[in-house]
Design a protein around this ligand. Structure first.
Ligand SMILES: [Zn+2]
Length: 137
């Protein structure tokens, strides 16, 4: 395998980042499973609780759904990022920004191995996202 333009990452750094990503991905998948089964359990509990009247129960279900769904969505997004980063390692373009193609800082990759964008693109992306949608919290 020829080393492409991975100038800032050496083989062992890449290896350890890859392992981190794999572990992270497994953890996220486990979290996702737990969250999904939690959600089902909570819904069952709500429908079994007789104290609550129907309107109250419906409100609780909606609330449980919303917090849990946004968490699930976030987990799915993170899993997608890990997966994508792993694919980029396989393809040999790990470490370069998905948008502008510039190298992503090594420190940034160490802190977040799943980072797909350089700092500049990431902050622009977040700015855009914050403007485009109402607060999710
Ligand atoms: Zn960029």
């Amino acid at each position: 395998m020829n080393t492409m333009k991975l100038c800032c990452l050496n083989g062992s750094q890449l290896k350890s980042l890859k392992r981190e990503l794999q572990i992270l991905q497994e953890q996220l998948q486990a979290d996702l499973k737990a969250e999904q089964s939690d959600q089902l359990q909570e819904l069952n509990q709500v429908s079994c609780t007789e104290v609550l009247d129907r309107v109250e129960a419906a409100a609780v279900v909606v609330e449980v759904n919303q917090t849990s769904l946004s968490h699930i969505k976030q987990l799915e997004e993170e899993i997608r990022e890990c997966h994508s980063a792993l694919q980029r390692i396989e393809a040999g373009h790990y470490g370069s920004c998905e948008k502008c193609g510039e190298e992503i800082e090594l420190n940034r990759l160490m802190a977040n191995p799943a980072a797909l964008l350089c700092v500049g693109c990431q902050s622009r992306d977040e700015l855009h996202r914050n403007r485009g949608s109402e607060s999710t919290f």
